[in-house]
Design a protein around this ligand. Sequence first.
Ligand code: PAF
Length: 290
Amino acid sequence: MEVIESRKQMQERAESLRLAGHTVALVPTMGFLHEGHLELMKVGKRHSDKLIISIFVNPTQFGPSEDLGKYPRDTEGDLEKARKVGVDFVFLPSTQEMYPEGYQTRLQVERVTQHLCGISRPGHFEGVATVVAKLLNITKPHMAIFGQKDFQQLTVISRMVMDLNMDIQIIGVPTVREPDGLAMSSRNKFLSPEERESALSLRKSLDLAGEMFMEGERGARVIKKAIESLILSHPHTEIDYVTLCDPVTLEDVETLTDETLLALAVRVGTTRLIDNRVLCKGSDQIISRS
Ligand code: PAF
């Protein structure tokens, strides 16, 4: 496994991989790798013969009051995990390498960023789209793999790739969960044992909505109300949003159709957690959005 810190060297390596006829996959990460990331890498490996991962905590996607400073980091541990999965290249740039003096470009995906996390995290998806575009230009992959846990991020990136005619397949991978159902996230480490118990209210909400949907309930307001009271019955929880929306446009729906996204953002203590499920008959497949 080769670790590359310079963008120029990474671009040269990526170019030679392509010239040699390799199929290249990228898994972009912010490090502190968990099983969810490792699953993205395994999917990447299955679809390609050279796997690049990037580890970069991107400052431009954090708001001024967000947790950039305390975002967990463990580069040595990450490299060890990547090596075990069989990653070929790790792109590990510094902030200076990604945003050198004079840097001034930001990429804006318009409508799908106006909902869900885009409301409480203004500028977040501009930061994500910009850094992902840069990472794609630097690593030149044929495909890039993202988790469906960050459903809106996957939507924004798929839209950007389509709109900018980037010749890259975007693959979404189902959320990996702890045995008790909590979605894997680097931020879970901030939860106290009591908060972690309350954090299970997210998964319970998805199950409750799934049951209501299967029993024929189609009123968004009814489902939303049931979920809100379930979440708030757990201590230390504060709801950012409970939204039922179209899985493509992310616009709110009043009446559920055969495919509706339920997306949640809940603050548990000081930790903001998200989760989602597409309510439809037979959900959780791999979504491929080339
Ligand atoms: O999902 C993440 O970890 C980040 O948002 C990403 C895609 C690596 C961009 O910084």
